[in-house]
Write a protein that binds this ligand. Structure first.
Ligand code: NDP
Length: 370
């Protein structure tokens, strides 16, 4: 509440956005209303895979949502089922495992299935969820490769179910402002763009994230996907080619997956942006130069604490619960039969870039994004 109350006239003035300027923020403000109440019913969401993200972010966020609630769970770990049932008051009939998952077709409490599994399982569970008649949110990266993304989109279309990707930053005010500044050329054209996302991996050396068969790749798939998206949504254009190189300082730990990758995206017209991802550097930023000054986000991509600067000053936006806004928006899209701003096609576009980056690492050449 504190930060929301700071989102005031005083801050608009500081940002140079009194009067007409403030009007220009209308899209951002209306998107913040993603958490506003839906007309009648709340959509029931079932989380599939009760790991770090479900436990630490999604389930708590579902305690703050207006248009959806935590109706069910799917887990392979019976102890988690017991604990979650108590903690979140989930009835036994709404608890599934991976074997009886398809029986969810008969469960009227569950409208949306949210896939929060290792990447290699995203395709199978998205398709099974759609075939069970449920709308789907699938976590990022959408799948192991672009072809799998296409299969997932086709399966959801065939089942006439909506598919969304867990792209929380499309609901985050500072990132939304960067979309506006870049796409509407508020300070003129973007003349330089660099962004990066990464952290120093200190986790379990046997975790699925480091096993190629389960993750599809390393920091690029896990963290770099945000930097790829950041470039795409700052410019509002699709890249056509990419050149990439990689660096490995811990080959024993990152035996199967990439550690640090540097890439250059080429956009139509020849503009090039620089990006990087890492499991060995704490990076989270986007820096853009334009014809009339610079804007930036740092940190850019975390769950909170995001900060931005423009030639008009510090961005005055509040920190919000991104996951709650993202899930509420999707629930509202389902309820009102409106398209989601982060459909499967958005995940597919990012995976086409990822596939081309991996091809470029092998070929040593610039690769077309197809
Ligand atoms: P975790 O390893 O913490 O959890 C994954 C869960 O999947 C496990 O706890 C387990 O749950 C289930 N699971 C089923 N089969 C397997 C298997 N073979 N190996 C390992 N786990 C399995 O991962 P995260 O929660 O961090 O990530 C899950 C997904 O969410 C990934 O796609 C990741 O990229 C995404 N993510 C997105 C974030 C975002 O900001 N949007 C942030 C973090 C993750 P159970 O015991 O219940 O069966």
């Amino acid at each position: 509440m504190k930060s929301a109350s700071k989102f005031s006239r005083r801050n608009f003035l500081h940002y140079g956005l009194a009067g007409a300027g403030a009007m220009a923020l209308a899209p951002t403000l209306s998107a913040l209303a993603a958490c506003s109440p839906a007309p009648d019913k709340k959509m029931g969401i079932a989380l599939v895979g009760l790991g770090g993200y479900s436990n630490g972010q999604l389930a708590p966020a579902l305690q703050q949502t207006n248009n959806c609630y935590l109706a069910g769970i799917v887990t392979g770990t019976p102890d988690k089922a017991t604990k979650w049932a108590q903690q979140y008051n989930i009835p036994q009939k709404n608890i599934y495992n991976y074997q009886n998952f398809d029986q969810i077709v008969d469960n009227k409490d569950i409208d949306i299935i949210y896939i929060v599994l290792p990447v290699a399982l995203h395709k199978e569970y998205t398709i099974r969820a759609a075939q069970a008649g449920k709308h789907v949110i699938c976590e990022k990266p959408m799948a192991l490769n672009a072809r799998d993304c296409e299969d997932m989109i086709a399966a959801c279309k065939k089942a006439n179910r909506m598919l969304s990707i867990g792209y929380r930053l499309h609901f985050e005010p500072h990132n939304m402002e960067v979309m506006r500044l870049g796409q509407k050329q508020v300070f003129g054209k973007v003349t330089q763009l660099e962004n990066a996302n990464g952290f120093v991996y200190g986790g379990n050396p046997n975790a699925w994230r480091l096993k190629k068969a389960l993750s599809g790749g390393g920091a690029l798939m896990d963290m770099g996907i945000y930097a790829i998206q950041g470039a795409r949504y700052t410019l509002g254009q699709e890249p056509i080619a990419v050149m990439a190189r990689q660096e490995k300082t811990k080959p024993d730990l990152f035996k199967e997956v990439d550690e640090t990758i540097y890439w250059e995206l080429e956009f139509p017209g020849g503009f090039k942006s620089q990006g990087k991802s890492s499991y060995n550097n704490n990076w989270s930023y986007l820096k853009a130069k334009t014809e009339k000054g610079s804007f930036e986000l740092e940190p850019a991509y975390g769950y909170g604490g995001i900060q931005g600067k423009t030639p008009n000053g510090v961005m005055p936006f509040p920190q919000i619960n991104q996951q709650a806004a993202q899930m509420d928006d999707f629930a509202r899209c389902v309820l009102t039969s409106k398209p989601t701003r982060v459909p499967g096609e958005e995940g597919l576009k990012d995976m086409k870039v990822v596939d081309a980056i991996y091809r470029s690492l092998v070929s040593g050449k610039q690769e077309r994004i197809v």
